[in-house]
Design a protein around this ligand. Structure first.
Ligand SMILES: [Mn+2]
Length: 431
């Protein structure tokens, strides 16, 4: 296989060289500290090295709000350029070896070639995402009445066929998951019958489910509001798990951190979904007010840690298997998307590492003995560990950068792309 990596391994190694001694020192020091608590730092490092999170193809472009989008020079304008940017994220951070594509945005004529192209960049494909929340040029039926839950049969049929087409594309590029999020819902009380709209969704989703190959899953992503502001058909984890249970064993729930009411206990939702074998995927981002799509861990890193604490519990106690599809799902409105995704991947892996560090024996004993303070301290001790040397060592051993952001800026990648790529036009709205 020919490799076509965007950054030179030599350059990354050269940038790492002056920091190697300090890293060895920090790693050794943390290793001694952890060993006093009976923890082998190399075992933690191996766990983190095996951890990965997918990046979405659309995350490589500057996002936007309902009001505006401010593009940057050198932004990607097609799937080939998006893959190249994802390869940069993975080369430096070594945590993001898979890309989650979105159709029809990432449509090409030859998917076997696209798969090869990704492989030459050190990438594979994760869950495919369908899009029935906006209209495309030349589309026969508008989604202005909804998609899988539309009252119009022809519109529902079109949405079903699009999802099946996504499965067919996914089979060609090596995916085994279809993520379905629909914008269906209402903006006025009385606009739709709340029961019948769910009936229509379930009937249509069952037809997509029937088209799933044996080893595939359909991941149902719920969202409380937006674009529908009064009611959403798959609004919460309750609707999601009921739909997944009705559809069958290949249907799982996908939790997006931003898709809940403020202050909802998301880690408990994770535990509940896992209890019933329905936790299929996770979209990472952060928020202050609602579905803000801010960078993972930028507002509430402790919540991210608590979510991972439940994910580790799930990993250690798999019921009906546990193989969640992890993806970064953010809108990079004011940063270089490559920098945001590298920074977020680091925040996510940090929380994963801290959750791995939790002394589960001490935690369980304190829980069983109703020693509230010591149960909390078991979590707090792990949360307080600075795991940065572990992550940096994982990256170095996999050919990545000790300091991902400095290495990225030193590479001059974006400046080069600004000269090579055609400019993105001014646009409104999220992409
Ligand atoms: Mn999402």
């Amino acid at each position: 296989m020919t490799t076509n990596l965007p950054l030179s391994a030599d350059q990354i190694a050269t940038l790492n060289a002056p920091q190697m001694d300090a890293l060895a020192d920090d790693y050794g020091s943390l290793g001694r500290k952890l060993s006093r608590a009976g923890i082998d730092i190399d075992a933690i490092k191996d766990k983190v090295a095996a951890f990965s999170v997918a990046v979405p193809s659309w995350g490589t472009g500057r996002g936007g709000t309902r009001f505006a989008k401010f593009p940057i020079a050198g932004e990607p304008t097609n799937i080939h350029e998006k893959l190249e940017d994802c390869a940069v994220v993975n080369q430096l951070s070594t945590l993001t070896p898979r890309v989650s594509p979105h159709f029809p945005w990432d449509k090409v004529s030859d998917y076997a070639a696209l798969k090869q192209e990704a492989e030459s960049l050190g990438l594979g494909f994760d869950a495919v995402n369908s899009n029935t929340f906006q209209d495309q040029p030349g589309q026969a039926h508008s989604y202005n009445t909804g998609s899988l839950a539309s009252t119009l049969e022809a519109t529902r049929q079109q949405a079903i066929e699009h999802n099946i087409e996504c499965i067919e594309i996914g089979q060609q590029i090596g995916s085994t998951d279809l993520t379905v999020w629909v914008g269906d819902g209402t903006n006025f009380p009385g606009q739709q019958d709340l029961g019948r709209s769910l009936d229509r969704y379930l009937e249509a989703a069952a037809q997509v489910y029937a088209a799933l190959p044996e080893d595939w899953r359909i991941l149902l992503e719920h969202k409380m509001f937006e674009p529908a502001f009064y009611s959403t058909v798959i609004s919460d984890w309750g609707s999601s798990i009921l739909a997944a249970q009705e559809l069958g064993p290949k249907a799982k729930c996908l939790v997006d951190l931003g898709h809940h009411a403020p202050n909802v206990n998301i880690e408990q939702i994770v535990a509940r979904l896992h209890r019933f074998g329905k936790l299929g995927g996770f979209h990472f981002n952060d928020s202050k007010y609602g579905d803000d799509d801010l960078d993972s861990g930028s507002i509430n890193p402790h919540q991210l840690f608590l979510v991972f604490n439940e994910l580790i519990e799930a990993e250690l106690n798999p019921r009906d298997g546990f193989n969640p599809a992890y993806m970064i799902d953010q809108s990079h409105n004011v940063t270089d998307p490559i920098e945001s995704m590298m920074s977020s991947a680091e925040a996510i892996a940090s929380c994963y590492a801290k959750a791995v560090l939790v002394d589960r024996e001490a935690l369980n004993a304190a829980q069983q003995g109703n020693d509230t303070m010591m149960a909390f301290q078991a979590l707090r001790r792990a949360y307080n560990v600075d795991v940065a040397p572990i992550l940096a060592m994982v990256r170095v051993e996999a050919g990545g950068a000790i300091d991902v952001l400095t290495a990225y800026r030193a590479s001059g990648y974006r400046v080069r792309k600004a000269q090579e790529r055609k400019a993105v036009g001014l646009g409104a709205g999220i992409v």
